[in-house]
Ligand binder design. Sequence first.
Ligand SMILES: [Zn+2]
Length: 482
Amino acid sequence: MILNIIPKPNKVELLPGMVDISSLPREYEQNDFYPDEYYRIEIKDGKILIATKGEQGKFYAEQTLRQMAVMGKVPNCIITDLPEFPYRGFMIDSARHMQTIDEIKKYIEAATLFKFNVFHWHLCDDQGFRIESEKYPLLNEKGSWRSCHGFGSKNMEKYGGYYTKEEIRDIIAFCKERFIEVIPEIDMPGHTTAVVSSYPELSCRGVQIPLETTGGIFKNILCAGKEEVYEFCCGLLDEIMELFPTDYIHIGGDEAPKARWCNCDKCQQVIRQHGLKNEEELQGFFVNRIIAYLKKKGKKALCWNESLNSGLLDNSAIICDWMDRKHLSEDYANKGGKIIIEEFYRYYLDYPYGMTPLKKTYDYNPYLEKLNFTGRQNVIGVETPIWTEYIEDFDRLCYMCFPRMIAVAERGWTSPKNADYESFKKRVRNCDGLLKEIGIKIADSTEWDPDITVRINDQLDRLKTVLSPESVKTFLFPNKDD
Ligand SMILES: [Zn+2]
């Protein structure tokens, strides 16, 4: 007998007798000694007893009972549960393609069911800036709109928009009721075409450029040699901190080709002035200045793992490990730095099922191989992003995410020793009805683990879509200016 609960509870003791829980009275017991996210459910003697420290544990117990209610009669039992990781995140890219506020709420509602507790919101990139800014209005007038719609099949003249502060506050409040923290991402110094097309003086060359209309890695990043760039970043972060009550701000730090910096007098001057070895160290210098500013405001920074490449990164930053150079993340964690696992070939949900079958997502153990005892303690969690370069509508987004994001939910909550893929697949089917009620359509079970032919075709298709000549050139020669 398996209980159809996701994430799988860490301890279940089955007792004799079956019961319909919808008709049972509930009692509640509070205990200050329990951790915040811990809950215990006892179903026996004709009642349900829930024990927690407070509201958060109670909320998670309710999610468990919501899923059990679908089963009809369940065995009397005692469930004792606590998550493996304190950080269990999902990320939505609203920069490449926007979702409506209602769609985002549906996604959050689904994430709630599986006990996620962080919504990392990717709100600005080369293809659009999506937050209302009163301080820097051109970010919306220019930076929120791209001239054509080069990603998908539609051929619109203009694509874009942004979320008003009121809409963002609405999402934050919606999440708060569900014990989910919203962490915004303001990417810098790379992935900033929307920013430098709004304020060209913030780039090395200072020339007017349009927003990007395809996916890829782009060279027009923020200049690291102009003082006004740091003033702008801190000013923008002030506005962001006022809007988002979280103690954490994601400052990106990924995919920043150094071509412009190599040929910029101002960037080169900072390198000389501070005795930096190269442009990689200049990125470390840039990011550390921003981290220091956030620290002064009582906030902590999250960065993608490329920020470790300089070897200079302030060790208060939380590293989001997504690709490449695993040894740097391992080393960082082993020396006391915090890391979050977002492994791109397992946890990125924009890849087709042929590239990332459900089993591959589920089977990935988030503890990196070369972590020592300290390093393992410093893996604070997992996160699963959905990038939307090639995902225009919400049904497509749900198809890509469900059930793979549910697999990450389980790996974030359930201890590795309790993971069980075969039972997971059965339990996902039980959640189908609950997800439908929310408005989420999940991929059919025949697509979860495709055979080898589909796998090869999906991988070839993906490569053809992603590899434009321009992005291959930038990837291979990030420091070559043109
Ligand atoms: Zn420069």
